[in-house]
Ligand binder design. Structure first.
Ligand SMILES: Cc1cc2nc3c(=O)[nH]c(=O)nc-3n(C[C@H](O)[C@H](O)[C@H](O)COP(=O)(O)OP(=O)(O)OC[C@H]3O[C@@H](n4cnc5c(N)ncnc54)[C@H](O)[C@@H]3O)c2cc1C
Length: 361
């Protein structure tokens, strides 16, 4: 019997998790990652519900728990910085919160000996034929695979090539934000501060390195178009949104320009009628991003990989049946998470704090 050869695009959470299960089930797995190395995306992510079972099945639950940020509560402050209330730790951290880079690093480590990782490359073309998929790469030679999986995030290249333009799948929830770290001039220790205005929010916390303060500057905007723009344009939008704001805003805007770990993200969801097309399937944010406001993205990526792998294992080589089963099983869970992501985003600048989990570090 010949081994089934699969290609996974994306080496963050969903990609390496799927790689783990498919290798275990006897597949020959290659993962292609656009970044030159594992990405040190600066924020913390959290785990809820069945994600713990997935971590347990991979044998990494206690190691992941070892990186718990152990965040305490968050103090709410007004425009002058006066204390006006408090949010409990669970408001942000879920059942377990861990720096995302640690999750990615662990998932990579447990698969690196068995899976071929190709960094600094990307799929450039996908052609399906009766017995497989011909994959062209930006750098590497053209290769043949039996199945291809897109685990390459909100702006998935696999989705764009196999399912259509980003605009058809992305739904912007009216929020954007910048994240970066700076010196911990407020002396926070495993705790946060939140200043929430009519259409802006400043969230600061320190967890892990006590010398560093993690900054998230969120604002309401109708336009997702800045996501893929140069940094200076993104910074300009943040400056415009926070112009004239009090408390720490002027100091943080200054720190933003000097930050080496600046990132900008719009709060988007991915909605598709189908998560597979022939021999190509999507998982994680690429297929059904629920938005950071749901706080469910990482759990969903893990559970998506697990569900997809189980469906493939049960379908005895019939990938079409496996993809249909995967979708049927996971859709209700994704719909719930996406509803939560929308509700939280809608309340964010409509009265309550509404913040779910846009931790940034
Ligand atoms: C600011 C912010 C805060 C968040 N906070 C939380 C939180 O508190 N809790 C939570 O659960 N979730 C949170 N999330 C969401 C969470 O990070 C994602 O839902 C989760 O990482 C999804 O994992 P993924 O593997 O599907 O995709 P991603 O983590 O997006 O990974 C996609 C991977 O694909 C790679 N890639 C992209 N394009 C290509 C290409 N062309 N070729 C090859 N590789 C490519 C990327 O470099 C990346 O490594 C947050 C997200 C953001 C942006």
């Amino acid at each position: 019997m010949t081994t089934t050869k699969v290609l996974i695009s994306g080496a963050s959470v969903a990609g390496p998790a799927l790689a783990y299960f498919l290798h275990r089930d006897g597949y020959e797995v290659t993962v292609v990652e656009r970044a030159p190395d594992l990405r040190d995306s600066g924020y913390a992510v959290d785990f809820r519900g069945a994600a713990f079972e997935v971590l347990e099945e991979m044998g990494i639950l206690s190691e992941v728990r070892g990186h718990d940020t152990r965040m305490g509560g968050t103090t709410l402050v007004d425009e002058e910085g006066a204390d006006i209330g408090r949010l409990p730790a669970e408001a942000f951290a879920g059942e377990l919160e861990v720096p995302k880079r640690e999750v990615t690093r662990i998932l990579h480590r447990i698969t690196a000996d068995d899976v071929a990782y190709v960094f600094d490359d990307s799929i450039s073309a996908l052609t399906q034929h009766e017995s497989g998929v011909t994959v062209e790469f930006e750098r590497g030679a053209t290769r043949e695979f039996d199945l291809v999986f897109g685990a390459d995030g909100v702006y998935s290249k696999v989705r764009r090539l196999a399912f259509g333009p980003h605009a058809e799948a992305l739904r912007h929830l009216g929020l954007s934000g910048a994240g970066f770290s700076t010196a911990n001039h407020l002396g926070l220790r495993r705790s946060g501060m939140l200043q929430h205005g009519k259409d802006t929010a400043i969230y600061l916390f320190s967890a892990g390195d006590p010398e560093r303060l993690t900054v998230s500057l969120s604002f309401s905007t109708a336009s997702p178009a800045l996501d893929r723009r140069p940094r200076h344009e993104q910074e300009q939008a943040v400056r415009a949104a926070f112009a004239g704001r009090g408390w720490q805003a002027p100091r943080l805007l200054e720190a933003m320009s000097e930050a080496g770990d600046f990132y900008f993200a719009s709060t988007c969801q991915v909605h598709l009628d189908r998560w597979s097309s022939g021999r190509i399937a999507l998982l994680g944010d690429a297929g059904y991003c629920a938005a950071p406001t749901s706080g469910m993205g990482t759990s969903q990526a893990l559970i998506g990989a697990w569900t997809l792998a189980r469906a493939l294992a049960s379908a005895g080589g019939d990938h079409a049946a496996a993809f249909a089963a995967y979708e049927a099983e996971l859709r209700p869970y994704v719909a719930e998470n996406q509803a939560l992501g929308r509700e939280t985003a809608a309340t964010m600048f409509g009265g309550g704090t509404g913040l779910a989990d846009e931790h940034t570090s």
